[in-house]
Write a protein that binds this ligand. Structure first.
Ligand SMILES: Cc1ncc(COP(=O)(O)O)c(C=O)c1O
Length: 381
């Protein structure tokens, strides 16, 4: 009756592991969302918004006050001027922004470079556009981009490259040198860039997030995606935004207006009011999350796992090769049932998982007690 356009896509690993964790009463450090409350003032702003008169469709591009707050935030934290009328679009989550950016940019026969392991929403958007995903692995240990491999993968049909820093699932971040390499390559081959920067404020140890917005050559050819869900601990509010030059924004909006048309009015209002009142909030985020990362890492000292340093995001990779040879997918399920701890295997983030890789992802956007419990269970393995 219907030929699937995405025959290889099933329920995501995140949904599966969270459901299994709930079923088994396991500690859930699998799916990437905080188990603590958003800032109190943001909740107050939402209550106020709920009692305001504004409950009808907001403008398709998002509410003016929120776009202004975003422009102010980009200026404060990046020193970059963006035009809130022609360059910022509010979307119901970065996922929709990424979908709209890819579908606006590529068509049948085009190739899109994806760097594995990568977030699972990129490939379906490429496939639904009739384009071909070309998977290039990041370095298997450091998860840095391998520029020789990326260069070799570019053909005359390559139209776009999708990048993600800070990186889910590995916690790696791109260096200034990486961004300059990308700027050079994108210019040389006339590529568009879809830059997933939803964890922009979660960068640790005094390091800095390098955004495509910081590099004029990249800014001119990039869709940069951000998520309030990550920055304000409200993933369920599903609100994000895309910053792109006017010509790219125009095309992105053409798709957005027929996918979702608009985001949710009271949520946009609450975010705008909170951001205007608390511009300092995102700047404090990294130290809070760094303390959570350190709590987990310290708790895992003495365990049988090797840890990949996490420079950003709220994810920590553990290597279990000294414990067992089992593939991650089966192991994550087994440990959820038998050890009461739910994690995420790395395989689903790859088109072709590297042979012998034995890594699981832990989310440390959790209460300290959850992190202590998780570490205790992992140390007992
Ligand atoms: C790398 C990455 N991009 C995008 C998203 C989705 O963001 P949103 O919830 O705003 O759609 C996530 C959520 O986990 C993510 O990890």
């Amino acid at each position: 009756m219907l030929t699937s356009k995405l025959p290889h896509v099933g329920t995501t690993i995140f949904t599966k592991m969270s459901a299994l964790a709930a079923e088994c009463g396991a500690i859930n450090v699998s799916q990437g969302f905080p188990d603590f409350s958003p800032p109190e003032a943001l909740l107050g702003a939402l209550t106020e918004a709920a009692h305001s008169a504004q409950h009808q469709y907001p403008p398709m591009m998002g509410m003016q006050s929120l776009r202004e707050a975003i422009a102010a935030q980009v200026l404060k934290y990046r020193g970059v001027l963006v035009d809130e009328i022609n360059e910022i679009t509010i979307l119901p989550g970065a996922t929709e922004g990424i979908y709209c950016a890819i579908t606006a940019s590529v068509t049948t026969g085009d190739e899109v470079i994806l760097l594995d392991p990568c977030y699972d929403s990129y490939e379906p958007a490429v496939l639904l556009s009739g384009a071909v995903p070309v998977h290039v692995p990041l370095h298997p240990e450091t998860f840095a981009p391998q520029w020789d491999l990326i260069g070799n993968a570019i053909t005359s049909r390559t139209r776009m490259i999708v990048i993600n820093s800070p990186h889910n699932p590995t916690g790696s971040i791109w260096s200034d040198a990486d961004m300059r390499q990308l700027e050079h390559l994108a210019d040389h081959h006339d590529l568009l860039v879809c830059s997933d920067e939803v964890y922009e404020f979660l960068v640790f140890d005094g390091q800095r997030h390098h955004s495509v917005l910081d590099y004029p050559g990249l800014r001119a050819r990039s869709f940069a995606h951000f998520s309030f869900g990550k920055t304000f601990s409200v993933t369920g509010w599903k609100t994000g935004y895309c910053v792109a030059p006017a010509a790219l924004t125009r095309e992105l909006r053409k798709i957005h207006q027929f996918v979702c048309f608009v985001g949710v009015t009271p949520i946009q209002l609450a975010l705008a009011n909170f951001m205007h009142q608390h511009p300092e909030y995102p700047g404090q985020l990294a130290s809070d999350y760094q303390a959570r990362r350190d709590r987990l890492v310290n708790g895992l000292r003495g365990s049988r796992f090797k840890l990949t340093p996490s420079s950003g995001t709220y994810f920590q990779l553990i290597d279990y090769s000294d414990v067992t040879d089992e593939p991650g997918l089966e192991l994550a399920k087994r440990w959820t049932r038998e050890q009461g701890i739910a994690t995420i295997p790395l395989e689903p983030f790859y088109a072709q998982p590297p042979a012998g890789q034995r890594k699981l992802r832990l989310c440390f956007a959790k209460n300290l007690t959850t992190l202590d419990d998780a570490a205790e269970r992992l140390c007992a393995i």
